[in-house]
Write a protein that binds this ligand. Structure first.
Ligand code: NAD
Length: 334
């Protein structure tokens, strides 16, 4: 590998624009060699963002074979996963992949098997893990027994159906809000409280007039039982315009932690009136991008806080919730 890590991109939409703006685009030790998107105008826009570096492709295989990246960023919508990752795994390339890693467990399990067979460095875009607030709470929880937690993503939903919102509101394309968006909270719940053993989900539908292609739930409540006996309730809503937002509150035996906002600022309460407040960082994409690029340079996953297997676990929990919403029964994750 030369001094600079050569990066190729598969799917170059809005989230890659953010990575370039806030992280990768400012790193002196990366080079952009290939931009692949089904829509070449989107790939051209990302190329223009970095001063015209790299070539534009509409076929991932061609990009990998011609641009020859050292590592790949994959930022596909949930419905697009599987085939592109298999091409990357075949070439034994390290990859960063945006959440959720798949819309179904079979795809994620197949890719995880290839990743682990070849010992590939992977990183999943669960950027919240890199926040100081989360790391401090995780540290404090080592001295606690986890009890209860609740959190989620509540909002009013899209006002129009352009861009991402067109696929986001279709259940067979996005997997629904819990799988696509609340996945950040699922991952945070696992990161703080451990493995999930059982999932029970209640869907809420028909709260607002919707176009016929709107097939996701208007809201849902998902109950998680952790293997250690603690429990969580996770909310998702795209039908409530007042209040809500991104939040999580957890109660351990002698500790309360309340995260608020996308930036996950936290207020922590401990015995004897001890109170800690930690604001969330504005530029968290830079932290996870730095960790991935450094790991690629080192040839080992040092500093990466979420691996492909973590992505698979979140998909398993999400798909169990989707199954529970259909059957009305809890699903065991053994
Ligand atoms: N970490 C975060 O906070 C965060 C934020 C936003 C989005 N995301 C995730 O990133 C992913 C992409 O979201 P986005 O906002 O960039 O969506 P987007 O709709 O803006 O872009 C997706 C792009 O993928 C392209 N595409 C689809 N199938 C493809 C294929 N087979 N090969 C090449 N290109 C293909 C489309 O043409 C489109 O340009 C989603 O999974 C989303 O959940 C993560």
């Amino acid at each position: 590998m030369s001094d600079k890590v050569k990066l190729g991109f598969i799917a170059c939409g809005g989230i890659i624009r953010s990575h370039l703006d806030q992280g990768l685009g400012r790193f002196p030790d990366v080079e952009f060699v290939g931009w692949c998107d089904l829509d070449p105008a989107v790939a051209e826009a990302r190329k223009a963002q970095v001063g015209g570096q790299g070539a534009v492709y509409t076929d991932a295989k061609q990009m990998l074979d011609e641009a020859k990246p050292d590592a790949v960023y994959i930022a596909l919508p949930p419905y697009g996963h599987g085939v592109p990752e298999a091409l990357v795994v075949e070439r034994r390339l390290p990859f960063f992949i945006e959440k959720p890693v798949a819309i179904d467990t079979a795809t994620a399990e197949r890719i995880a098997e290839g990743v682990e067979k070849h010992g590939l460095i992977t990183s999943v875009g669960y950027m919240t893990r890199y926040r100081r607030s989360v790391r401090r709470v995780r540290e404090l929880l080592q001295q606690q027994t986890p009890v209860l937690m609740h959190g989620g993503w509540l909002g009013g939903g899209p006002g129009s159906y352009d861009g991402i919102w067109r696929w986001w509101v279709q259940k067979d394309k996005s997997g629904g809000q819990f799988l696509e968006q609340t996945t950040h909270t699922i991952d945070l719940a696992r990161y703080l409280y451990g493995e999930v053993a059982r999932v029970y989900a209640v869907p809420v539908r028909d709260r607002r007039a919707r176009p016929e292609f709107f097939t996701i739930e208007d809201a849902s409540m998902v109950q998680l039982s952790f293997a250690n006996g603690a429990a969580a309730n996770l909310y998702s809503s795209c039908s409530t315009s007042i209040g809500g937002g991104v939040f999580m509150t957890l109660f351990a035996t002698d500790m309360k932690a309340e995260f608020t906002g996308w930036e996950h600022s936290v207020k922590i309460d401990l015995p004897a009136g001890e109170h800690i407040e930690i604001p969330g960082e504005a530029n968290v994409f830079a932290l996870e991008d730095r960790a991935f690029v450094d790991a690629v340079k080192a040839g080992r996953p040092q500093g990466i806080l979420a691996s492909y297997r973590d992505g698979l676990k979140a998909v398993q929990i999400s798909c169990a919730a989707n199954e529970s919403m259909v059957t009305g029964a809890p699903v065991d994750l053994s």
